[in-house]
Design a protein around this ligand. Structure first.
Ligand SMILES: *Cc1c(COP(=O)(O)O)cnc(C)c1O
Length: 465
């Protein structure tokens, strides 16, 4: 749809949907202006054939929507810890922190990014199924909240904590074993998931209640029931399971030992249009309906949303290097492929992405829709972002816009064919025009060589000769 068609649709929409449609068309308009400006300002062009853009306004809007959704249903303190995994970029973490969010980290690297962004330990939560003793020691020394994954990790924590009370809040991750969503690889609450203590296994629940009884410092309970592909009712069931567990632990303890519930992230994202659905408000309301006790103020809350905060706000702009046909099929060979969209390339049925056609000046292309392949630059046949996609026919020098790539895409570079990481720019705009801020500079080739052992070129020759 062109932007004119989109705003026409917005004008004719019913009052109930026009607010949502209006937000969506505003986002589409900002994107369109940014693409045009990126080409005009030379962020993309013949010598810079791929660039990634982040809609700063959109990110702020999503962060505010998250805060407001929970503030509308509870007075309890809520830490919204952004799942760094979803968009591991320091300026993004700092922007979100400025919007009142913390960070959920799952590796020493992610913790370092959150620290570099200025997220304080009190707003940081460490999850991960494979924390080393050194990571646990550091987290406890810094006062970062830790969610233990399993009995062995809890034993390690016992040894580190000793007889003192840790300065970090410590919780236990449980798996309510609810079953899978539509994407098996992202379903964390299956019967045999690798995450957390499987609550329905024989004797597990009793073990968990005892584990809390024996450790007065265990004050949190955590679950994260899945990401993209898990429907809201299943997510709410997972939250209810951890809530009921906390109630049981506290009843057994005769005091409010568990004082904080960490309900994870996982709000699914709509990859089919600009509409942001489901909303945080809908999820918060569903939780209030399904787990009323969650919000009555007895528990502080932690959330860990990732994809839903960033996905809609990222766009990759890739130049069409060549347009050709093969077996009668038009193919646009672009510079966006597996290196910025590994999931889509390897699992296209689970991860379809919207693509927009722009001309050489970055203006939306018009013309009849022609089924064509949008191919990437990598040297394997499956490196396609879309197959047989009806779009205005892309020509040499045009651009393909790969939408909804703000989370788990261009910030998750896959170094196939030693393709360099593209530059990332945040954009804001007003009547004066579009302004870009550098989030990440394009990776220089010398960097690639260094990463590839360039400093050890002789290492495998006899005697280094
Ligand atoms: C990945 C992950 C998240 C974020 O999931 P999204 O689907 O990006 O919201 C939150 N918590 C944990 C423990 C995770 O592993």
């Amino acid at each position: 749809m062109t932007s004119q068609a989109r705003s026409a649709a917005a004008r004719t929409a019913s009052p109930a949907t026009s607010a949502v449609t209006g937000t969506a068309s505003a986002a589409a308009q900002r994107r369109e202006q940014a693409v045009r400006a990126a080409v005009e300002q030379g962020l993309a062009g013949p010598d810079v054939p791929i660039v990634a853009l982040l809609d700063t306004t959109g990110i702020r809007t999503s962060a505010a929507a998250l805060r407001d959704a929970f503030a509308a249903v509870t007075d309890a303190p809520v830490l919204h810890a952004f799942a760094v995994k979803a968009c591991p970029l320091v300026p993004v973490l700092r922007l979100l922190h400025a919007e009142g969010l913390g960070a959920e980290v799952a590796s020493p690297g992610e913790l370092a990014l959150a620290t570099a962004a200025g997220v304080p330990p009190a707003d940081t939560v460490l999850d991960s199924p494979a924390k080393t003793p050194a990571e646990l020691r550091e987290a406890l020394a810094l006062g970062i909240a830790v969610n233990a994954d399993n009995p062995q990790e809890l034993s390690r924590l016992d040894a580190l904590v000793g007889s003192a009370r840790p300065s970090s809040p410590v919780g236990l991750r449980v798996n309510p074993q609810l079953g899978a969503g539509s994407i098996e690889a992202l379903s964390t609450a299956t019967a045999t998931s690798k995450f957390g203590v499987a609550l329905l296994d024989e004797g597990a629940r009793e073990w968990v209640v005892r584990a809390y009884a024996e450790r007065p410092w265990l004050t949190r309970a955590h679950t994260h029931s899945g990401s993209q592909g898990v429907a809201l009712p299943l997510m709410a069931q997972g939250v209810r399971a951890v809530y009921e567990l906390a109630e049981e632990i506290n009843a057994a303890a005769g005091r409010r030992q568990v004082d904080t519930l960490d309900i994870g992230g996982g709000l699914p994202v709509n990859f089919a249009s600009d509409e942001e659905t489901p909303t945080y408000a809908a999820y918060a309301q569903l939780l209030k309906d399904e787990v009323p006790g969650l919000f009555d103020g007895r528990y502080a809350l932690v959330t860990e949303f990732g994809r839903s905060l960033l996905a809609k706000h990222g766009t990759v702009l890739a130049r069409v290097e060549y347009a050709k046909t093969s077996g009668g099929r038009p193919i646009a060979v672009t510079h966006a492929g597996v290196q910025i969209a590994a999931r889509t390339v390897y699992a296209p049925a689970s991860w379809p992405l919207r693509i927009e056609a722009y001309d050489a000046k970055g203006r939306p292309k018009t013309g009849p829709a022609v089924a064509q392949d949008i191919a990437g630059p990598a040297c394997f046949a499956g490196d396609l972002l879309a197959e047989n996609r009806p779009l205005p026919l892309l020509d040499q020098g045009d651009y393909a816009g790969v939408l909804d790539t703000g989370a788990y895409y261009f910030a998750h570079h896959y170094s196939y064919n030693s393709l360099a990481r593209p530059g990332i720019y945040g954009f804001t705009g007003d009547a004066e025009g579009v302004r870009f801020a550098t989030v990440r500079t394009p990776q220089p080739i010398s960097d690639l060589v260094a990463e590839a052992g360039g400093g050890h070129a002789d290492a495998l020759l006899a005697d280094g000769a």
